[in-house]
Design a protein around this ligand. Structure first.
Ligand code: UDP
Ligand code: MG
Length: 320
């Protein structure tokens, strides 16, 4: 196999404090990989400016002017981390053989790239960077994050435990990934759906080198909610199930009301009222659940995801 062209895709939002520190580290890594003969000379570091309000874009332009290994694209406005990564991957996919996406704050260990490239040479199309420990996180963040991964798995969403957005994806996997047309992005839950041979590489996550995190609790909750609703319709099923249970209970309630009435222990009108409330409570809930089921189906359909992906053919097909 000839040397692959690697694009390191790095989303940046208001990172003027950290970019001048980490950009040379990325370049050093890239040149080391080139010198070691592991990747092609035309490999690049691709910065995606996600509508920063500070000096980030100017810094990126200066870097690109200084060294040909740096390139950058800018989004028209801030669209969030996930969309920035996607934009970078889509930009890179035609120009390279393999991409690695990583945050620009130096938290993720760049030396894990060697192991990722090893796995790629081994035939893996997707390699997940997985945090081996969560020492640098607060107890709160660690507990919520791990609880969340468990919840996702229970909802039927396949995610790699403790994997964020540090991952290697081949151009081949990206070509198929481009067919996932959804607007609600939760990349770490979507890449497992692409399939192909994949594996995980473990690394220790450090503190941010400079600047501040852009994921306050509110954004984290939004991403978490998107993760569930864009990949699972289980919550709707739960409503349907709950409605059915309430319906069953209301049946018991109706029996009880009738018995009380026969026993003459009630004021007049109470029985009929109680029956109606029980009945409508149960039926309304389950009816909403059923409607929700169809809304959920329509939602999944509206995404128009590919129904199958061919990973191999006995005969080579001509590329268009
Ligand atoms: N980021 C982005 N757009 C945003 C928010 C963040 O491109 O709207 C980038 C940011 O520059 C960084 C990465 O996404 O490279 C992860 O953000 P951050 O380090 O703030 O998150 P944390 O590591 O604290 O979860
Ligand atoms: Mg970070």
């Amino acid at each position: 196999m000839s040397k692959p062209t690697l694009y390191i895709v790095i989303p940046c939002y208001n990172e003027q404090a950290v970019l001048p520190l980490t950009a040379p580290m990325f370049l050093e890594k890239l040149t080391a990989l080139i010198d070691a003969g592991r990747i092609a000379e035309d490999s690049r570091i691709l910065f995606v400016n996600d509508g920063s309000k500070d000096d980030t874009w100017n810094i990126i332009k200066e870097l690109a002017a200084r060294d040909a290994h740096y390139t950058g694209i800018a989004q028209s406005r801030n669209r969030g981390h996930q969309n920035a990564v996607l934009a970078g991957l889509m930009e890179a996919r035609e120009k390279c053989d393999v991409t690695i996406s990583i945050d620009c704050d130096g938290q993720d260990d760049i030396d894990a790239m060697d192991a990722m490239l090893d796995a790629y040479a081994d035939g893996c199309e997707i390699v997940y960077g997985v945090r081996s420990k969560r020492d640098t996180d607060t107890f709160f963040k660690r507990a919520t994050a791990e609880g969340y991964y468990r919840l996702l798995n229970r909802m039927g969403v396949e995610v790699v435990f403790n994997h964020a957005d540090y991952r290697l994806v081949s151009a081949r996997a990206l070509k198929e990934f481009a067919n996932f047309r959804e607007v609600n992005l939760f990349l770490r839950g979507m890449f497992p759906l692409v399939g192909f041979k994949s594996t995980s590489v473990y690394y220790e996550r450090k503190e941010r080198l400079a600047g501040e995190s852009h994921y306050p609790l509110s954004k984290m909750l939004l991403l978490a909610f998107d993760g569930i609703t864009s990949l699972s319709i289980k919550p709707i099923r739960l409503i349907t199930a709950f409605g059915l249970i309430v319906m069953a209970l209301s049946f018991i309630g109706i029996l009880w009301a009738i018995i009380m009435s026969i026993a003459g222990r009630t004021v007049s009108g109470w029985t009929s009222l109680t029956c109606l409330i029980c009945f409508f409570g149960g039926t309304t809930l389950s009816a909403i659940g059923v409607v929700g089921e169809y809304v959920g189906k329509a939602y999944i359909e509206a995404k128009a995801r590919p129904r199958y992906i061919i990973s191999e053919r006995t005969e080579e097909q001509e590329e268009k």
